[in-house]
Design a protein around this ligand. Sequence first.
Ligand code: SAM
Length: 209
Amino acid sequence: MVGAAFARDAATAAYYEQRAAEYDEWYLGKGRFAVRDRPGWDGEVAELVRLVRRLEPARALDIACGSGFLTRHLRGPVVGLDRSPAMALLTRSRIPTGGTLVGDALALPFPDGSFDRLFTGHFYGHLPTDERAAFLSEADRVAGELVVVDSASRTGAPAEEWQERVLNDGSRHRIYKRYLAPARLVAELGGEVVMAGTWFVAVRAALRP
Ligand SMILES: C[S@@+](CC[C@H](N)C(=O)[O-])C[C@H]1O[C@@H](n2cnc3c(N)ncnc32)[C@H](O)[C@@H]1O
């Protein structure tokens, strides 16, 4: 999509900084999300949490960790990284023994091979082609494995779009987003599908031989 940007977009950064305090309402079906018709949503959120908990303990970096809603379930030494200071602060409160930092997923502040696993939820699916390439290049450099959780493609949802998002104060924001079929994600990342739900899709892929 021409002009699409997410990880390098200043307006998108401001949107997530503002959204941080209300971010979990999306997962929990509260606030504006209480009126959304999302059949099976709560069960799939629980399944997603179980999937994260089941991953073997590893030195893990959660890229674009957001509020830490999923980060807190990763086992092993965990570091959360997000561009939004407000999001990073929320994650810090949820993984007090882990590390949390404000940083850019497309220019990771870590030496080569620093992690066993790179985990990322609802970030990869926002990235347009050029940002995906930059992200995967960094992922490949710092970790041996990549686990991507994202929004699943579904009937009626376009493969990609600019969405209008409304926050609790009524402010409106434009965010680039893709919805991913399991086969599509495997075609892009390799690896295997570890979750193929109505709402969420997850793929686990080796990064380096
Ligand atoms: C949709 S939220 C996902 C949060 C969480 N991972 C989850 O699964 O719920 C996207 C996150 O990406 C972060 N983000 C956007 N661009 C980034 C970048 N260049 N580097 C690191 N984080 C970024 C935002 O601040 C936001 O917290």
